[in-house]
Design a protein around this ligand. Sequence first.
Ligand code: ZN
Length: 239
Amino acid sequence: MPGSFKTEAIVLRSIRYGEADRVLHLYTADRGRLGAVAKGVRRVKSRLGGRLEPLSRVRLVLHQGRGELCTISQADTVRPHAALRERRASLERATQACEAVLRLLDSAEANRPAYNLLCNELALLDASAEAADRAQALAFRMKLLLAAGFAPELASCAACGEVEHLGAFSPSAGGVVCEGCEAGSFPLGEEAHRFLVGALANPLAEIPQASELALSQADRALAETAEYHAHVRLRRVAA
Ligand SMILES: [Zn+2]
């Protein structure tokens, strides 16, 4: 329905458009994924200019016309995340987090848990260089899969319900599997299993560490879950 509305959003991606405009991919608090044009934003004197950089958290007034893209009529910064842009590792993790949101959440429907999760992740990466580690990035991904409706089964065998001897992960079964249901699975050790359970149970700021082997197994489990169930290819989370 045409008209103006307000919402908060994270700028996921920004693409040059025409002479002086940009098309923004936004993840909004109230309307999920949204595309919007920021007119004249590449001109030196633009009012909106510096406020709409990727990774920024902003408060927007948008106009919905008849076309597919909204137009941004006002933008105020909530958090610029300036510190994380200064650190390469933090910037890479933040960019990867936004990419995962772009791929996993493409509907124009509000998903407050997903929005809050992304805001949290960017705030943590902005606040401290230590947050840019692999365990943290994988925990974000696990929570994002849950928010998107694709969390793997971790409590019992995804194929038969057995609760013991869960030493493998099967993307097609949708979670951990027992010895009897190992077809099509790969090893997921006890430590990796514990890490994934802990990633869901703990807040992002309190993610327990794990060995590189466990994190690699967890990474594979999350990436193949996204691929099999959401049909989305996520870049692996580098050490
Ligand atoms: Zn089983």
